[in-house]
Design a protein around this ligand. Structure first.
Ligand SMILES: Cc1cc2nc3c(=O)[nH]c(=O)nc-3n(C[C@H](O)[C@H](O)[C@H](O)COP(=O)(O)OP(=O)(O)OC[C@H]3O[C@@H](n4cnc5c(N)ncnc54)[C@H](O)[C@@H]3O)c2cc1C
Length: 416
């Protein structure tokens, strides 16, 4: 990996955003021989060296294959908790957890764990280490992109300090409020959920045995996600925003007292084990994923509800599809910023993304209320799935990311 030191530097692809999807795409493209610059406003070391804070990702089986193919997985495997079961419950606060309605077990798929839980600090450090081993990647950290321009045959970005970088294509991996999308004139659709996610980590007395839990509570879903070691779990607890603000303002004892009746006692005594974060939740999807010499990936293309822990997994699907389209295009001698090349990427990803975004939106709306008619319908639906092994296997395949036609090569664990 190089660090920037040249004015008017020239690349094949400029990736704006060095969160998670930007580095993943850079690694896939560099493996395919492309010369890539990743520009990120944040300094990398602050995030890579952070201590345990409980933020973690559910990495689906297909995403794990991609991480292995781009050389990041060896750094993560020692920190990863395999997810062996997902139990979903339609709960009521104060009455404790209802009997489990649906259990999804990896054994039904017969292809290893459904996914892995890995803490954010390890994922990011893994990306950084892998990028450091790549000559084809230039990382430009602590620099913001201020402007972008498209000319015949190339595109440029101008950093806030005046440096200009040129390439055939700009990729926006700059998150939910993507400046790349705005500057390219791409508008968005979506809405606020009026919910905020309270995120923290807990230590629990009993071992989690690799089981993830999702409680559908009237004010929003509560996910309990197993972390490596057996006695820590990451909590993603969605509440109506006003209630979340009150809970976040409590001291640790008050916070735990609010969590306990929602959580129940199936893991024994619980204690806070990480920092406490809040994330306001909204749905924000770009109306187009491409514009002249511009493509969007990850949250820049689609910010979704965290209800099924699919945000990063959806982004890695974009990474796999775009890397394949661009590397194949370059091998055929095509201009990788040409509309016909980019259109293939958009066709591959937009439909799947819209279905997933609306699916998570629908599940959140169906479950985040206490309407007795809807509660009856939910229980009926969950009962039907519980009784039908083929339906259950389809859900497990979808959660693992291994289902579906036309899976890009990286999601099958093959390099492009
Ligand atoms: C509460 C919560 C829980 C979640 N849990 C899960 C989960 O379990 N599993 C899962 O798959 N997903 C999960 N997600 C979703 C996941 O966090 C996101 O999908 C993912 O982090 C998006 O990564 P990204 O790289 O696309 O964008 P980001 O991580 O937002 O990165 C964008 C980057 O762009 C940079 N940037 C922005 N503007 C500029 C600029 N002008 N110049 C230079 N750089 C710029 C920023 O510095 C930033 O580093 C969760 C999300 C939330 C809110």
């Amino acid at each position: 990996m190089r660090h920037i030191g040249r004015m008017n530097a020239q690349y094949d692809i400029l990736i704006v955003g060095g969160g998670l999807n930007g580095p993943a795409l850079a690694l896939a493209l560099a493996q395919g021989g492309a010369k890539v610059a990743v520009i990120d406003a944040r300094a990398p070391q602050t995030r890579a060296s952070a201590g345990f804070d409980g933020r973690a990702y559910a990495i689906a089986a297909a995403s794990q294959r991609l991480l292995a193919a781009i050389g990041v997985w060896p750094a993560l495997v020692g920190h990863a908790q395999p997810m062996l079961q997902i139990k979903t419950t339609d709960g009521v606060v104060g009455r404790g957890p209802a009997p489990f309605f649906m259990t999804f077990d990896h054994a039904e798929l017969g292809a290893g764990p459904m996914g892995y839980m890995v803490e954010d600090r390890h994922v990011y450090a893994g990306f950084l280490a892998a990028m450091q081993g790549q000559e084809n990647i230039t990382l430009t950290s602590g620099h913001s992109v201020a402007a972008q321009d498209v000319q015949a045959g190339c595109a440029t970005v101008t950093l806030q300090d005046g440096q200009v970088l040129t390439a055939k294509l700009i990729v926006g991996a700059d998150g939910r409020t993507s400046g790349v999308a705005q500057r390219a004139g791409i508008t968005r659709w979506g809405w606020d959920y009026g919910q905020t996610a309270l995120v923290t980590a807990i230590h629990h007395e009993r071992a989690h045995n690799g089981i993830a839990h999702q409680y559908f509570l009237p004010s929003g879903p509560l996910a309990i996600l197993p972390l490596a070691g057996g006695h820590h779990s990451s909590i993603v607890w969605s509440e109506k925003s006003a209630i979340a603000a009150q809970i976040q303002a409590l001291d640790d004892a008050g916070y735990l007292a609010a969590l306990r009746p929602r959580f129940g006692d199936f893991l024994g005594e619980i204690a806070l084990a990480g920092a406490r974060f809040t994330y306001p939740l909204n749905l924000t999807v770009a109306k187009n994923f491409i514009a002249p010499r511009v493509a969007l990936i990850g949250d820049a293309a689609h910010g979704v509800h965290p209800i099924a822990g699919q945000g990063l997994n959806l982004g890695l699907r974009d990474v796999a599809a775009l890397a394949e389209v661009l590397i194949e295009g370059a091998r055929l001698g095509l201009d990788i910023g040409a509309p016909s090349v980019l259109a293939r990427y958009e066709q591959w990803r937009r439909f799947d993304t819209t279905i997933m975004a609306l699916g998570m939106d629908g599940v959140n709306k169906l479950f985040s209320n206490d309407n007795p008619i809807l509660r009856g319908l939910r229980d009926l639906g969950m009962g039907a799935i519980a009784a039908a092994p083929s339906l259950r296997r389809a859900f497990i395949g979808k959660a693992a990311g291994v289902a579906g036609e036309g899976l890009p090569r990286l999601l099958r664990g093959e390099r492009v």
